[in-house]
Design a protein around this ligand. Structure first.
Ligand code: HEM
Length: 353
């Protein structure tokens, strides 16, 4: 357990055991990747509901937020991919973590990843719940071991056993959060709220971020009425054939180092203590995105919280784990698919129909 006393705002505090844990997680993640599917898909969040074109318009934000992509009011073009979290591609009717991954293009300046210094992208990755079900690298290692044992269990009805025996008894809070996330009702990924769950730098502040849908009316009717396995994609196709969709993109500043920890992604930062403040508008224009070519483009993309300017550096143990894991897994799946792994460019935006 990481000591949390005497910490300064925004300060990271990696435990000594972390490097070893991350090395083990990388190995386990490679073993967890389903290499038999064609194409080889993402190891987590393989099922996409759609990869859509969007605009990310930075507002005239307060002085202390004018950093990185929020430096001045302007509009970035962006790709947004909505997904299910499970490593199995399964029916949308099954409870799951739901993802929203935003990639701004045309972002100048050196980026954090050594291999992709000159990439022109800035990613923001979110799920449909304010906290994650993993505290840190140790939790990630424990769940990865259990999931590999599940994958390798030869007797189908006994598959849940390793998770129940190896992870659940020692991680009750984490399993409780996972259960609650899986119970979240959603009728349409375009009408849900999403959170970063993990902290990021914003200049001298540490922040979390969220995407908040404008369409509150239909959110009230958030219970799915369709029985289709792919009803999220169908709902998105229908809504985007008729109208533009808007989200507010907002940041929440860390104001207390103990109650709003950097190193524990299972703790929600209180909105009473520090409310989310809008910094940008996301517009997803009316469009037809459900095409073969867009699906192929989507499969080939890689999101990574470390696709970022140094001003937006990811913070905390979970994000330090993600740095290497996303790179290694994305590289491996691209190699297995014999595809070029390359960040998209602003000028390619229009050439993608
Ligand atoms: C230590 C914890 C985590 C690990 C090990 C992990 C691992 C991964 C991996 C391996 C991928 C696939 C990468 C690829 O093939 O390109 C992925 C995708 C994804 N992860 Fe995580 N993840 C973690 C935490 C999180 C958190 C905190 C969030 C958001 C709050 C998140 C949201 C997502 C989403 C939305 C995607 C899909 C991105 C896309 O659309 O391509 N993950 N994750």
């Amino acid at each position: 357990m990481t000591p949390t006393t005497n910490l300064k705002l925004g300060q990271e505090n990696p435990p000594e055991s972390e490097k070893q844990a991350i090395a083990a997680i990388i190995k386990l993640s490679q073993d967890l990747l389903n290499k038999a599917s064609d194409p080889v898909q993402r190891q987590q969040h393989p099922k996409s509901h759609g990869c859509v074109k969007a605009e990310f318009t930075v507002e005239d934000v307060p002085e202390h937020f004018r950093i990185g992509v929020f430096k001045e009011p302007r509009t970035y073009r962006a790709w947004i991919r909505f997904s299910n979290g499970s490593s199995n591609v399964q029916s949308d009717l099954k409870g799951d973590v739901r993802g929203m991954a935003i990639k701004l293009v045309g972002v100048s300046g050196e980026k954090l990843l050594e291999d992709e210094r000159n990439a022109e992208t800035q990613d923001f990755i979110l799920i449909n719940y304010p906290v994650l079900f993993l505290q840190d690298a140790q939790d990630t290692l424990a769940i990865s071991k259990a999931l590999l044992a599940v994958k390798n269990m030869p007797i189908a009805p006994l598959k849940p056993l390793p998770f129940l025996l190896m992870f659940a008894p020692f991680h009750r809070k984490q399993v409780g959060i996972l259960k609650t996330i899986r119970q979240q009702q959603m009728a349409n990924p375009l009408q849900a709220k999403y959170w970063s769950t993990t902290p990021y730098q914003l200049g001298s502040h540490a922040i979390k971020f969220a995407a908040i849908p404008r369409e509150l009316e239909s959110m009230k009717a958030g219970v799915p009425t369709s029985k289709s396995d792919n009803f999220f994609r169908e709902a998105m196709v229908q809504q985007l054939s008729q109208q533009d969709v808007y989200f507010d993109f907002a940041v929440q500043v860390q104001t207390n180092a103990e109650r709003m920890p950097i190193e524990d992604a299972t703790v929600e930062w209180s909105e009473q203590e520090s409310p989310f403040i809008k910094v940008a508008t996301i517009r997803i224009p009316k469009q037809q995105f459900d095409t073969e070519s867009r699906r192929a483009f989507d499969e080939n993309l890689s999101f990574n919280p470390w696709h970022a300017l140094p001003e937006h550096k990811p913070l905390g143990g979970v994000n330090r784990v993600r740095k290497k894991v996303y790179q290694v897994i994305s590289k491996l799946r691209h190699q297995l698919n014999q595809k070029n792994k390359q960040e998209p460019k602003d000028e390619d935006f229009d050439s993608q129909p």
